[in-house]
Design a protein around this ligand. Structure first.
Ligand code: OFO
Length: 169
């Protein structure tokens, strides 16, 4: 059985994962409308990955006797527009850093509650966040390098079409 504190924390996290999926989806659509065919594929793919993160949490909570449910309030996404691809990835990097802090906090709670099953379960998310932060930072660094060179951005977008993160589900 999960303690009330742990179930609350995991439920919050599953809702954050759902928000992340919506955020990536929103960004993918924005990027697609701007004509970036490769970057949009990456973002659409990633939106699906975030949904998998959410599902893993739902199923774990249920397996441990809790109720893995969405609160239906996953509307953090401000309908916004971005000045540039660089700004979009900067926001994404901030977002992933925020998610990492939240995962860290959950790990801390699992230790306080002496719930070693949940502690073990969360290790997957810890590793995933290391990868996600590194991945978004790598893309952001490349975009910064490209600067205002539209030709290079065109080729970068082409490269992104074939770019897939190594998945470990
Ligand atoms: Fe679920 O890892 Fe990104 O947000």
């Amino acid at each position: 059985m999960l303690s009330e504190k742990i179930e609350k924390g995991l439920t919050k996290q599953l809702n954050r994962e759902s928000e992340s999926s919506q955020l990536y989806l929103y960004m993918a659509s924005w990027v697609e409308r701007k004509g970036y065919e490769g970057i949009c594929e990456f973002l659409y793919d990633h939106s699906n990955e975030e949904r998998i993160h959410m599902l893993k949490l739902i199923r774990y909570i249920n397996k441990r006797g809790g109720s893995g449910i969405l609160n239906g309030r996953e509307t953090i996404i401000n309908i916004t527009t971005y000045v540039s691809i660089k700004e979009l990835f900067m926001k994404l990097f901030e977002h992933e850093q925020k998610i990492s802090r939240e995962i860290n906090f959950l790990v801390e709670i699992s230790l306080q509650e002496k719930d070693y099953f949940t502690y073990n379960f969360l290790q997957w998310y810890v590793e995933e966040q290391i990868e996600e932060e590194a991945l978004i930072k790598m893309i952001l660094d490349k975009i910064k390098l490209i600067g205002s060179d539209k030709g290079s951005l065109y080729f970068f977008d082409k490269d992104m079409k074939n770019f897939h993160k190594t998945k470990k589900f």
